[in-house]
Design a protein around this ligand. Structure first.
Ligand code: CA
Length: 234
């Protein structure tokens, strides 16, 4: 498996020792691991793409529950909670806020790795690898970072790819220019509306038949943009 195909796990845990052990075990199994020690750091990192999140409930600056809710509002990213709270009520609450699984501290790292594997297997089965639109005229393979227009592969910049991915993963959603800027550049980006317009323009040139009459990325006047591709039936 090449580095580019490694599945990535974000571990949000403030206890350095635990975080390092989890990292070592996951890396040994071939996962790419990123650590976040605070909620703030986690939210910043979550702008990047991960395949799974391991989330400690007790963080210094934020509640794990709130981070989980944030993730759920924005994606289907699988979440495994680490919790020292072993009461029945907390467990149910942990799953009620959208965690896919949980592990109670102290835990065996092997057990956690087994849960990560099982959850990724479950997720990959249902994950749609290739999105195809308008009778195959636009195909996007998110995992392989490939885009095909009328069967011809197009080279997208990382920013263009991020924008396109946000569109296809949120069908019908209208994105403001600020939201697209955040997706493209991360939280610190100061909204430069015209920069986003330039990215969208370039993207249209690459994926639209006629960039003046776009079928895929439509302008929503006064607000931003929306993806209007019609997904093909399997
Ligand atoms: Ca903690």
């Amino acid at each position: 498996m090449s580095a580019a195909q490694k599945e990535s796990v974000l571990v949000i845990e403030d206890e350095g020792k635990i975080a390092e052990i989890v990292r070592a075990y996951l890396e040994r199994e071939g996962y790419a691991v990123t650590l976040a020690a605070t909620g703030e750091e986690a939210l910043r990192l979550l702008k990047d793409r991960f395949d799974l999140v391991v989330l400690d409930l007790m963080l210094p600056d934020m509640l794990g529950e709130d981070i989980c809710s944030f993730i759920r509002k924005n994606s289907d990213l699988p979440v495994i909670m680490l919790t020292a709270k072993s009461g029945e009520e907390e467990r149910i609450r942990g799953l009620g806020i959208g965690a896919d699984d949980y592990v109670i501290k102290p835990f065996s790292p092997r057990e956690l790795v087994a849960r990560v594997k099982a959850l990724l297997r479950r997720t990959n089965k249902t994950k749609k690898k290739v999105f195809s639109y308008n009778i195959g005229s636009l195909k996007i393979s998110i995992d392989d970072r490939e885009v095909f227009v009328q069967g011809k592969q197009m080279v997208l910049t990382p920013t263009e790819f991020k924008i396109l991915t946000a569109f296809v993963e949120n069908p019908g959603r209208i994105f403001s220019r600020d939201q697209l800027a955040t997706i493209a550049q991360g939280f610190d980006f100061e909204g430069y509306d015209r920069t986003i317009d330039a990215h969208v323009k370039n993207l249209r040139h690459k994926i639209e038949k006629d960039s003046k009459a776009p079928e895929f990325i439509r302008t929503v006047y006064g607000i931003g943009y929306r993806f209007s591709g019609i997904i093909d039936e399997d």
